[in-house]
Design a protein around this ligand. Structure first.
Ligand SMILES: [Cu+2]
Length: 160
């Protein structure tokens, strides 16, 4: 009887350890997913970048540089497919960072030479983090698509 109880305790402990390990693995996988944009999306802080979506290429140009918090920054997009310019329908760019900093969604407005623009004033993160992520959502031939990019938002003069 006593031996059985020890056996049950060992099995119980093994289950607890297995559950803890599984939840840790899930958390690590989620952390990796959250961090992934930093590693593999183009940075538009210093120069224009091209988002390659296979059948579609989108040039992203952001300015004035450096991109500043609390200032009007213009994000410009020009898409082409097979060398021909393409207008992105229902195009909206949204901005996020590591922590919630409010809702920043801006519809693109058609500009000259096939560019589509949005202006955005973004806040300075109190955590000191400067990295932001942009996500462009649009439809092409009726299909929803999206593309991501990254940039650093500098503190305006006189702010740490
Ligand atoms: Cu923040």
């Amino acid at each position: 009887m006593r031996r059985l109880r020890v056996g049950e305790t060992v099995v119980g402990l093994a289950v607890v350890v297995a559950i803890a390990a599984a939840s840790l693995a899930v958390r690590q996988r989620q952390a990796a997913r959250d961090d992934s944009p930093a590693a593999d999306v183009p940075d538009v802080s210093r120069r224009d970048a091209t988002l390659d979506l296979g059948d579609l290429r989108i040039v992203v140009s952001a300015g004035p540089r450096p991109l500043l918090a609390f200032a009007r920054n213009r994000f410009r997009f020009r898409a082409e497919a097979g060398g021909a310019p393409v207008a992105l329908a229902e195009a909206v760019v949204s901005f996020t960072m590591a922590m919630p900093m409010g809702d920043h969604r801006h519809a693109l407005v058609p500009a000259s030479d096939g560019w589509q623009d949005a202006e955005a004033v973004l806040p300075l993160c109190p955590s000191g983090k400067r990295r932001w992520f942009g996500r462009l959502d649009f439809t092409l031939a009726g299909r929803p698509r999206s593309a991501r990019f990254a940039f650093d938002l500098a503190a305006p003069e006189g702010r740490p």
